[in-house]
Each structure stands twice: as C-alpha cells, then as structure tokens.
Design a protein around this ligand. Structure first.
Ligand code: PLP
Length: 396
C-alpha cells in the first residue's frame, strides 16, 4: 500500500485520550481530568431542543447557520462588547470552537506559513496548524509569568513566514488570564508585522478576578482577528457541538466555504438549543460560575497545602500545580497517582513541552471529589517525598 499522509502520521494522538482510555477501565477513580463542565445542560435549553424536534425541525440549515442564531450572537457581541458584526456575512455557526479553529487556520494559511502558539495550550492548536499545512512555532510561558505570553516574546518570534498568532485566555490548561494592556501590546505587535490573530475565547464567561478582554475590541484588532467562542463551557453544552466564529466578511466567507464542503452546517437541533441559551441562559451560566469560584479556592489552597505550588488561576476551571519538587516527570506522577491512589489528572506535557513539571487538575467536579482527590494526592506526595535539590516553583 502507498503510505498514508505523513503529516497526519507525524502528529501523535492526544495524550489526554490515552490517559482516559486507562481511566475508563478502572473503578473508584476520582477524576480531576475532564475538561468539561460536570453540570447537565440547563433544562430550559434541553427543552427548547426537544420542542424544536417535536415541531419537526430536522433539516439542514444555511451553511452559515440559522440567521436567527447569528442575529442573536451579533446582538450579544454588540451588547456585551460594543462589537459590530453583520449577522449576514460576519458570523459563522461552527461545530464547536474545535471546528472554528480548524476553519480559521485553513482559511488563513498557505503552505509553510508559521503560526505562533503560546504554550502550554489546548491540545488541538498545533495539530490543526499542521493539518492546515502551516508550521506551529511554540512560545513557552512559565508560572513566573503567570503563564501569559508577552508582546516581546511574540515580537522576537516573528519571521518573514509568520502569518498568525493564536491567543487563548482564559487558558486551558493553566487557567491564566491576560490583562487588557498586555493583550493590547500583543495586538500592536500583530499590527506591526501584519499578522492575523485567532482568539479562542471559549472560557470568556468563566473569569473570576478581572474582567475578560475580548480581543477584537482592542485598538487595531478588529480587522485582523478571528473571534472564536461557543456554548460548550459557559452553558455546559459540550456534547451539542455548537459554537461560532466572527470576523471580517472575507475571512468568514473563506471559512464558510470549507465548512460548506466538509460539514455543510451545524446540527439544527443544537442551533435551536443555542438560540435558547443565548436568549435565556445567562442566569444558569452565572450559577455555574458561582460554583466554580468556590471550587477554585478549595482546590488551589488544597494543592498548596500539600506542597504542590499552584498559582491562583484567573479563569476557566483548571488549576496547574507544579510537581517539580517531587523529581518525577508529569507522566510518571500522573500514572503513579492513578494506579496507586486512583486519582486522574492530566500530565502537563500533554499541552506542550513547557508543561512538563506540572499537572492539569480540573475543578469541573464536585467539592466532595475535590476534597477526596486532595487527600489522596497529599498522601501520594508524602509517600514519594520531595527532592531537596529541586527548589519548589516560585509563587507570585
Ligand atoms: C481552549 C479550548 N478551546 C476549544 C475547545 C473545544 O471546544 P468545543 O467544545 O467548542 O469544540 C476546548 C475544549 O476543551 C478548549 O479548552
């Protein structure tokens, strides 16, 4: 047989998947591993979908998505951020932010174009850049910098082949947020070098300390930014696979063409549910956020109390403690923790090389689970001891 795609073959399958295949075979595991809300989609949203099915809405929609949903999204972006996107040609309904990211990259990149990818980052970014024929250029961040990429780093990494930079705050896996001035400085660098910005803001409603900054609201950002957002995290709708992209008519037209030929449209029942979410789901979303606030304090103080240095994440639902003082790699730590104490976490290196020495602990799980997990992790850390030659990560 002729060899199959060497590009695809060169990309390893997600480290998270491998780990969860093992977890699914085990019993009594307390999981801090999942990257999705533990809440069920609010009833009013499920009911709206059921009702739409009863009424017989089972057809394809426009490739762009239902105009009613696009109009509501456009209104929402205007009311929340003062952004002006024409629902006719500047908003595209996608099958998750996952598809939106893929479409944005494929719409923007020519073969060999470089994309700057701050790390640690969501697992799909680098593979999607590669699948789109581009070259991912990782920009490592550290706990000392609150896992936030700097404009100077972006500036220094630009070459004649650089086409775009991905920004994603609040971040998966670190929970990092970025200050408005810091993001503006990155936009200024993007302007200086004429780069596109792909801004994945899927956790924008899950911010706990400072306000979220929506990238296209920044000076000089609107015309060069693809804004990606969706319903998975804020409304506990991961399984519905529904999201949107907003950008200039030219970019959205290109993204729509790929979507048209590969996906056709997002499922109509999910679009119907999203209409209800955006119209009436805000209070449900706010209740979930209140719960995450409580859990965030509990998990971060718990991890620090057992000797795993952890900065307070500003958003999303992840804590990212350092395990450097144990001397174990993040995979060794995670595997042993799973088999010896039945706690599932995700090794930090699944999110890029600079994630080595960290764990991603999701607090999208109940308070009781968090307490049991901290107890078990504490026991494990005590058992393995710490290497005195390795200083614990500095806390900010
Ligand atoms: C940063 C980030 N972007 C995108 C996604 C995927 O989102 P969706 O469910 O909308 O495809 C995730 C899922 O965990 C994520 O953490």
């Amino acid at each position: 047989m002729k060899p199959i795609s060497h590009v695809v073959q060169s990309v390893p399958a997600s480290g998270i998947r491998r780990f969860f295949d093992i977890v699914s075979q085990m019993q009594d595991v307390v999981s801090l591993g999942v990257g999705e809300p533990d809440f069920v989609t609010p009833w009013r949203i499920r009911e709206a979908c059921i009702y739409s099915l009863e009424k017989g809405f089972t057809n394809y929609t426009s490739n762009y998505g239902l105009l009613e949903l696009r109009t509501l999204i456009s209104r929402y972006l205007d009311e929340r951020w003062g952004l002006d996107y024409n629902p006719e040609n500047q908003v595209l309904i996608t099958v998750g932010v996952s598809e939106g990211m893929d479409l944005a990259l494929r719409a923007i990149l020519n073969p060999g174009d470089e994309v700057l990818v701050p790390e640690p980052c969501y697992v799909s970014y680098k593979p999607c850049v590669l699948f789109a024929g581009g070259v991912p250029v990782p920009l490592p961040t550290t706990a000392e910098d609150r896992f936030t990429v700097t404009a100077a780093q972006v500036d220094a990494a630009v070459t004649s082949r650089t086409k775009a930079v991905i920004v994603s705050y609040p971040s998966n896996p670190t929970g990092a947020t970025i200050l408005r001035d810091e993001l503006q400085a990155i936009v200024d660098v993007a302007r200086k070098h004429d780069l596109y910005i792909i801004s994945d803001e899927i956790y924008d409603r899950l911010t706990y300390e400072c306000c979220h900054t929506c990238t296209p609201t920044l000076s000089g950002a609107y015309d060069r930014t693809v804004l990606l957002n969706g319903f998975s995290k804020a409304y506990a709708m991961t399984g519905w696979r529904i999201a949107y992209a907003a950008s200039t008519p030219d970019i959205i037209e290109c993204m729509m063409k790929i979507h048209q030929y590969t996906m056709l449209c997002a499922p109509i029942m999910s679009q119907m549910a999203a209409i209800e979410a955006i119209k009436n789901g805000e209070s449900d979303s706010d209740k979930m956020v209140e719960e995450y606030v409580r859990r965030r304090r509990l998990i971060v103080s718990g991890l620090n109390s057992i000797g795993l240095d952890c900065i307070m994440p500003g958003g999303a639902f992840y804590a990212f403690p350092s395990i450097r003082r144990t001397g174990l790699t993040s995979e060794e730590f995670s595997e042993r923790l799973l088999f010896e104490e039945k706690v599932a976490v995700v090794p930090g290196n699944a999110f890029g090389e600079c994630g080595e020495g960290y764990l991603r602990c999701s607090y999208a799980t109940g308070v009781d689970n968090i307490q049991i997990a901290i107890e078990r992790i504490g026991r494990f850390v005590e058992k393995i001891g710490s290497r005195s030659d390795l200083a614990p990560a500095k806390r900010k």
